[in-house]
Design a protein around this ligand. Structure first.
Ligand code: GLC
Length: 850
């Protein structure tokens, strides 16, 4: 058996672009295959096989979703991690065909072939396209699954033109092909963190400031294998439900390989063939984000700075005076007394509840950081209680585990224990009772400073477990406890938690940011594919620190960063200790104006964004989505990683290079309307978009309706306008297009009891005839104030429309009518079926309307 993979040049990306961030290829020397299939048993939902000394289990979850498991020492671990959270669906119909050489499990959507002598697995869709194929050596002997002691390696075939996506938060290109990666939650900026975490495979010449550094804060063992053939491009997803350190090798020519240091092989196979279906299935398995409070979609102001209450209040006041919308002020570690979690600094915050009341009057909310490290200090009640109740992590011998974080010697809650999570939740609830609206979880890889983490052990059901088993899940469990604490404090309110580290499933409890980035163009550029990869790895609520955390951006970088950041799902200013001010107004009046416009645009778009968040919570769809998500069959869309769709209908093409005044943008199929100029483009080609410093290229998708506020509120608190503006982007082509608008109180769980309005729009164009129907569902909500809709048509020059049989006049492409969430049907005739471009005066009016 060959012991390492062929290392010839992979066909993509090119060798110049390629960098193997994790250098070492997976070494399978001394690993052995399982052997032959000895016996087969059909089960209620699949198969059980005896293979060598182990068992293999195939569970059919859906016709296009399989779960594959291999036992260790003959038994199955039924809950290998805390990532999954689904109720097992009733088994779908499937057939089993057993022949002397193979056994086949077949559903309506796929066929799993298991070779018996020796054991190997291959899976195909109903059309014969490959989902996965075990690798074979030169003699044709399968080497798909190999094991050694508790470790295992899976190797599968890959074709030269294939792409690999996913793996969550990773540096580098969106297409992971050509590189190797490790999954081990890492506090990237800590010096020596690779050595302290025994990451021998990582490139130790890189620092955490490098755009090639690996591993990162979050580990998501989900990847997609994309194969483009002449007829169609098919994508399959694979989630390995294993929390140990993982290594993924996508650098070889003909096969990909992944390895886990321990734990069982449990793999969910999502047949696709489309990325959307695979992600929706993955988020069925690991859960979807909960609907967020509206305020968390607003602009957040954060800084690693020891503000006093007055100083922070003064920052808020600046936002108001300068008309830059802002919902949330954040407190970093300086608000605590000596970095003791769940305390307030006695002189900086002598009366936190009163201070928070004052912020509320100015329509701000407050989020505070809560790190996991508990200061080791007898007499400090949190430490005393944690130790007395045996809720802190121990070493193998039973001593308290000590790491070194902000408070110095620190102990760590054992979040694997339900009692420790309940304890933490009660501390969070008490903290939140002072009025704190949301919680920021940081250093939760867990970061243990200069002390190796491995002596920190975990207790599951009274059994002691090594650090490696739960390291990657620490943040997931901390976020779970934190969100439960917020729910305990305000049972009928939605929760907001921001987490640095994470694991598969973190989206259920927390939003995430991309950690400690740097204020340079490379990091701005990198933040785009990184956030998009998080989106297709189940985490839709994601964003990078604006305008870069470490060091000081130039004014033009600060401007470009906010333009981009305002159009990402999570939008927060944050910067490092000791840096000069980096508020929107810190870079001079020109940049201030750009920041104001960017953030005001975000606030005007909130009804649209909020709807996209709701859709994400229901479907698992990303909010910032790579073009491959909606245009999988288009090669140029698949290759685009410097632009994305925000929701379904807005294409954002950030400028991430200095000195640019234009950039090339690939517009996929359809009609695209330049947000700034109204210019219409037919997709399927590259265009050059003008991008002076005050403009981010932004395009609306023809056929879609984008709901907005008429003007940007300074805060979402109490904002319930009487008028909503619907921007209607008429398509140049015939077709039917669906858009939605979700409205509710933005704060509580009343929506789950029917207190919402959900409007489904359907725009149909047939030649010159366009009709728009709006159908409203939901029982409504007490805070609803809307009385009218203003429709702004982009691409319609006519003077009248018909609304439910009545004729209404249209002035400069704009019409307004009463509407309190009632259904309506509207008809209009395009004056020129071939060209609906806005002209002169109309363009000006529309620009003002935007
Ligand atoms: C970590 C966080 C950063 C925070 C700092 C101090 O570096 O990533 O966001 O400001 O710690 O708490």
């Amino acid at each position: 058996m060959k012991t390492s993979l062929d290392r010839g040049a992979a066909s993509k990306p090119s060798s110049e672009q390629r960098s193997t961030m994790v250098r070492t290829t997976i070494d399978c020397t001394d690993y052995a295959p399982l052997g032959d299939v000895d016996w087969i048993e059909q089960t209620e939902r699949g198969l059980l096989l005896g293979v060598g000394e182990e068992k293999v289990r195939v569970d059919v979850l859906f016709p296009d979703v399989l779960r594959l498991k291999i036992s260790q020492a003959g038994s199955f671990d039924e809950s290998p991690t805390f990532a999954t959270c689904f109720e097992m669906p009733a088994p779908p119909p499937f057939e089993v065909r057993d022949t002397p050489d193979e056994v086949v499990v077949e559903t309506a959507r796929l066929r799993l072939r298991i070779s018996k002598h020796p054991f190997a697995m291959d899976a195909y869709r109903e059309d014969g396209s490959v989902i996965f194929e075990d690798d074979r050596d030169e003699e044709g002997n399968p080497r798909g699954y190999l094991q050694l002691n508790d470790a295992f390696v899976v190797t599968r075939r890959m074709a030269p033109g294939d792409s690999m996506y996913g793996l969550g938060e990773k540096t580098g290109a969106f297409d992971r092909r050509g590189r190797n990666f490790a999954l081990w939650n890492t506090d990237i900026l800590h010096p020596n963190v690779l050595r302290l975490n025994h990451l021998h495979e990582a490139d130790h010449t890189l620092t955490g400031r490098s755009t090639e550094f690996d591993p990162y804060y979050t580990s998501i063992p989900l990847f997609y294998h994309c194969r483009a053939t002449d007829g169609a491009t098919a994508i399959a997803g694979f989630f390995i439900d294993n929390g140990y350190k993982g290594n993924f090798e996508f650098s070889a020519d003909n096969c990909y390989r992944y390895a886990f240091a321990s734990g069982q092989y449990t793999e969910y196979v999502f047949a696709g063939p489309d990325l959307r279906g695979a992600l929706r299935a993955y988020t069925f398995v690991t859960g979807r984000m909960a609907p967020p409070p509206l305020w968390s979609l607003g602009h957040h102001q954060c800084r690693y700075h020891h503000y006093t209450d007055e100083e922070l209040f003064a920052i808020g006041k600046q936002y108001r005076e300068r008309s830059i919308p802002c919902d949330v002020l954040w407190l970093d570690i300086g608000y605590m007394d000596g970095y003791r979690v769940f305390t307030w600094h006695p002189t900086r915050y002598p009366d936190a509840p009163r201070f928070i009341d004052a912020l509320t009057e100015s329509r701000f909310r407050l989020v505070t950081i809560v790190d996991p490290g508990v200061k080791v200090e007898p007499g400090y009640p949190v430490f005393d209680e944690g130790r007395a109740r045996n809720l802190l992590c121990k070493t193998e011998s039973g001593n308290l585990y000590i790491g070194k974080v902000w408070p110095g010697r620190s102990a760590f809650p054992d979040f694997v224990k339900p009692e420790a999570r309940a304890w933490w939740a009660s501390l969070i609830a008490r903290h939140a009772a002072s009025g704190v609206a949301g919680i920021w979880n940081d250093m939760n890889e867990p970061a243990t400073g200069d002390i190796e983490p491995f002596a920190m052990r975990f207790d599951r059901d009274g059994e002691d477990h090594p650090h490696e088993r739960y390291h990657n899940q620490f943040a997931l469990l901390m976020a779970k406890a934190t969100s439960e604490g917020l729910a305990e404090a305000r049972p009928d309110h939605r929760t907001f938690v921001l987490s640095r580290a994470g694991f598969a499933g973190i989206q259920r409890y927390a939003a995430q940011w991309l950690g400690d980035n740097c204020s340079n163009w490379e990091h701005l550029q990198m933040s785009v594919p990184m956030a998009l990869a998080m989106g297709i790895s189940g985490q839709p609520f994601i964003g990078a620190d604006i305008p870069g955390f470490v060091s000081t951006p130039s004014p033009d970088l600060a401007a470009r960063w906010v333009q981009c950041g305002a159009l990402t799902p999570f939008c927060r200013y944050h910067n490092h200790w000791g840096e000069p001010d980096q508020y929107p107004w810190s870079f001079g009046p020109e940049v201030e104006e750009i920041c104001r416009n960017a953030i005001q645009l975000r606030y005007r778009l909130l009804p649209y964004l909020y709807t996209a968040f709701f859709q994400a919570s229901e479907s698992g769809d990303p909010i910032a989505r790579p073009l491959v998500y909606d245009f999988q069959q288009d090669r140029r869309a698949r290759e685009t990683e410097d632009a994305y769709l925000l929701g379904e209908a807005l294409l954002v093409a950030p400028v991430c290079e200095p000195g640019r005044t234009e950039r090339s943008v690939y517009l996929p199929e359809g009609t695209w309307v330049d947000w700034h100029t109204g210019e219409r483009h037919t997709g399927g080609r590259f265009i050059t978009a003008k991008a002076p410093l005050d403009r981010i290229p932004l395009f609306a998708r023809g056929g879609y309706i984008i709901p907005t506020y008429a003007s940007a509120p300074e805060s979402t608190m109490g904002h319930a306008p009487e008028l909503l503006v619907l921007h209607v982007f008429l398509p140049d082509e015939d077709g039917e297009f669906s858009s939605e608008l979700h409205e509710d109180d933005g704060l509580t769980l009343a929506f789950s009891r029917g207190a919402y309005h959900r409007t489904a729009f359907r725009l149909t164009r047939r030649g010159a005839a366009v009709s728009i129907s709006a159908v409203v569902k939901g029982g409504g909500f007490a805070e609803f104030r809307r009385r009218a809709l203003r429709l702004v048509f982009h691409g319609f020059r006519g003077r009248e429309i018909t609304l439910d049989g009545r004729t209404l006049r249209v002035e400069d492409g704009i019409v307004e009518f009463e509407n309190r969430a009632e259904n309506f049907t509207l008809e209009l005739a395009l004056d020129d079926a071939r060209s609906v471009a806005a002209k002169g005066g109309e363009r000006k009016a529309l620009r003002e309307a935007l």
